[in-house]
Design a binder for this molecule. Structure first.
Ligand SMILES: [Mg+2]
Length: 260
């Protein structure tokens, strides 16, 4: 089957495995079959506000068996990246997922009104205040490195689009004129962290968005499969860049023949 051609499968969540609180019908049986066949699965998400335990619980809740150790969030990838550079003191705009990931990687998360920090880390934060954004701007002006878990413009909610991590980040980049380093899709660090988690080797990226999932895989020269159960359409895949290696109606294509 197709999945056998790869050492690990890097799976986007929303639009691939579930939509809202419901599984995409093909997902639970396909993933169960892939597990029986011994495939290495990694679940990756730009959402930094949830912990791996929360992501695994959400998947389990829609009928997909998942272990926290198989989940790589943009928050975890950010923490890994910063820890390999020696960590330091970080001021955080973000929720529990980011804060916990940083602390567990040995990075000192500083609250209150610090005069200086080594890092300002930005993720989605549904209760951010002007005061907190102002502090982040001041710290960046005083030399803190600006790192964002992701740059998603919006956060899709039931009643429409809410400002995403990228929108919050833009407050800081607009104020300071400083560009951020971005960890999540379509940038490389999240994919590389996911491939490490999957044991390395040759990955296949599976996603529903050309502009993030597929774009990121293409930049790295990795194979990708666009599934049509989410945002991007077949027409877009045929007319817009980047080109996925494969376009499939849904994730069950992984169980199908190797080529085509
Ligand atoms: Mg998606």
């Amino acid at each position: 089957m197709l999945a056998d051609a790869y050492d690990c499968l890097l799976l986007d969540l929303d639009g691939v495995l579930f939509r809202g609180d419901e599984a995409i019908p093909a997902a639970p049986p396909t993933l169960a079959e892939l597990r029986r066949a011994g495939a290495k699965l990694v679940f990756l998400t730009n959402n930094s506000s949830r912990t791996p335990e929360q992501v695994a619980a959400k998947l389990t809740g829609v009928g997909i068996v998942a272990e926290p150790a198989e989940v790589v969030t943009s928050a975890l990838a950010t923490a890994e990246l910063l820890a390999t550079r020696g960590g330091g003191r970080a001021f955080v705009v973000g929720q529990e997922g980011v804060r916990r990931a940083l602390e567990e990687a040995g990075i000192d998360v500083v609250d209150g009104q610090p005069a200086r920090t080594d890092l300002v880390v930005v993720g989605f934060d549904g209760s951010v205040t002007y005061d907190r954004l102002k502090r982040a701007c001041l710290l960046v002006q005083r030399g803190a490195a600006l790192v964002a878990t992701n740059a998603d413009a919006s956060y899709p909610a039931a009643d429409g689009l809410w400002p995403g991590a990228g929108a919050l980040l833009s407050v800081i980049t607009t104020t300071t004129g400083v560009e951020a380093e971005i960890v999540g899709k379509p940038f490389a660090p999240l994919y590389e962290a996911a491939r490490r988690r999957g044991g390395g080797g040759r990955p296949l990226v599976i996603g529903d968005r050309l502009d993030t999932d597929i774009e990121g895989a293409t930049r790295l020269g990795w194979d990708s499969m666009l599934v049509l159960t989410g945002v991007s359409t077949r027409e877009q895949a045929e007319t817009m860049g980047p080109r996925p290696t494969l376009v499939a109606e849904d994730i069950s294509r992984l169980l199908g023949p190797p080529s085509g």
